[in-house]
Design a binder for this molecule. Structure first.
Ligand SMILES: [Fe+2]
Ligand SMILES: [Fe+2]
Length: 370
């Protein structure tokens, strides 16, 4: 019920903005929508002691509820926020009708950035820490560095990835395999380790840390499915190398705070094919890294990228890597008022069970985390 009320509120915000951009300020339709919106916002803000709205990729998150349905009203609202550079809105209790109206007209106008405005009861802008160095396109804040063997593995992996890209050395694949082995050993020796490891989020070199996180999550999934040890290791290696094609993306794009423009995103979309091309030239002892690098952004319903001409099944490890990839991206987004803690990341992902994610593998993943 609460979720419905909040969804209605976001829809009303979208409608009010739309009306404000189409009609003059004193048009009855605009007034009617503004009154309704103000009433709803005021009520929710006092109930929740502050209303919190976040915009993330194709999601809107209000309070703790994510809305991901492909709804044209929401899609337009997200697009408008992207244009304005707004990733979150915080509304305090006691917002006046006048300020609500000013805010809606500001959002409706094609020009002006939130930093040029002074609001009393509204704070809006980028997710906290988005301007920090080392952040990636999701607007991450730098977080704690991994410790223990993870810190060591991070340095080794950095090296391995760089050498593989530069020299295409088979010997470096062996080092990658060693990392997977130590991860597997670590998981086996210490049952609680998985729990600790998946909470580690270091972002000073995002792709490297992210690759390790995804590797751990894929090894855990493959082990939980009961795959034989050599298959688990192959899956881990493939996951470790899944983003190796990102090397061809200029680091300015990878570390850009805030949203990417269309050209930048078009370049990012090439990293699966670039990774597969690179891995084709290296003897990994298995074709799996090449396959997973190519397929890891293709969703279960075949949306995502790259687009395939046939409907041949994707490799099961590609599905597992895709699940781990999205989860790690959401968890990395944690500077957003703790909104994307483990439970919330899973609740956002749940909406994609059977569409974005292979349903049985999604269930397997949830089982591991619980
Ligand atoms: Fe990727
Ligand atoms: Fe990734």
């Amino acid at each position: 019920m609460r979720k419905n009320a909040l969804f209605l509120l976001v829809s009303e915000l979208a409608m009010a903005i739309q009306a404000a951009s189409a009609y003059p300020e004193n048009h009855p339709r605009v007034q009617e929508l503004l009154v309704r919106l103000h009433r709803g916002v005021e009520a929710e803000a006092s109930l929740l002691r502050g209303l919190n709205i976040g915009f993330f990729r194709d999601h809107v998150v209000v309070d703790e509820f994510p809305f991901v349905e492909p709804n044209p009203t929401l899609a337009r609202l997200i697009e408008r926020m992207r244009e304005k550079g707004i990733e979150k809105i915080l509304v305090s209790e006691g917002i006046t009708f006048g300020e609500m109206k000013r805010f809606v007209f500001f959002l409706a106008a094609g020009t002006g950035s939130p930093s040029e405005q002074v609001w009393e009861s509204i704070a809006c802008g980028k997710i906290e820490g988005a301007d920090a160095g080392g952040a990636v396109s999701l607007g991450l804040s730098p977080a704690t560095r991994p410790n223990g063997f993870m810190a060591g593995a991070e340095d080794v992996l950095k090296n391995v990835l760089a050498s593989m890209v530069a020299e295409r050395k088979q010997s470096k694949v062996e080092e990658g395999r060693d990392i997977v082995s130590s991860i597997m050993k670590g998981l086996r020796q210490e049952g609680m380790l998985i729990d600790r490891l998946i909470r580690l989020q270091g972002h000073d070199d995002y792709t490297v840390t992210h690759s390790l996180n995804v590797c751990i999550l894929v090894v855990a999934q493959a082990s939980h499915l009961g795959l034989p040890e050599n298959k688990v290791r192959d899956a881990g290696l493939a996951a470790l190398l899944h983003d190796i094609g990102k090397d061809m993306i200029p680091s300015g794009i990878l570390t850009k705070p805030g949203r990417l423009d269309m050209d930048e995103f078009a370049l990012v979309k090439k990293h699966p094919a670039a990774g597969a091309k690179l891995l084709r030239r290296i003897d990994c002892g298995t074709e799996l890294p090449m396959i997973v690098a190519f397929e890891h952004h293709i969703k279960y319903d075949r949306s995502g990228y790259p687009k395939l001409r046939t409907r041949e099944p994707l490799h099961v490890v590609s599905h597992m890597t895709q699940i781990a990839d999205v989860y790690d991206a959401l968890r990395t987004y944690r500077s957003y008022q703790s909104a994307f803690q483990e439970k919330q990341a899973l609740s956002i992902m749940k909406e994609g069970r059977g569409t974005e994610f292979e349903p049985r593998l999604y269930d397997n993943f949830v089982e591991i985390l619980s």
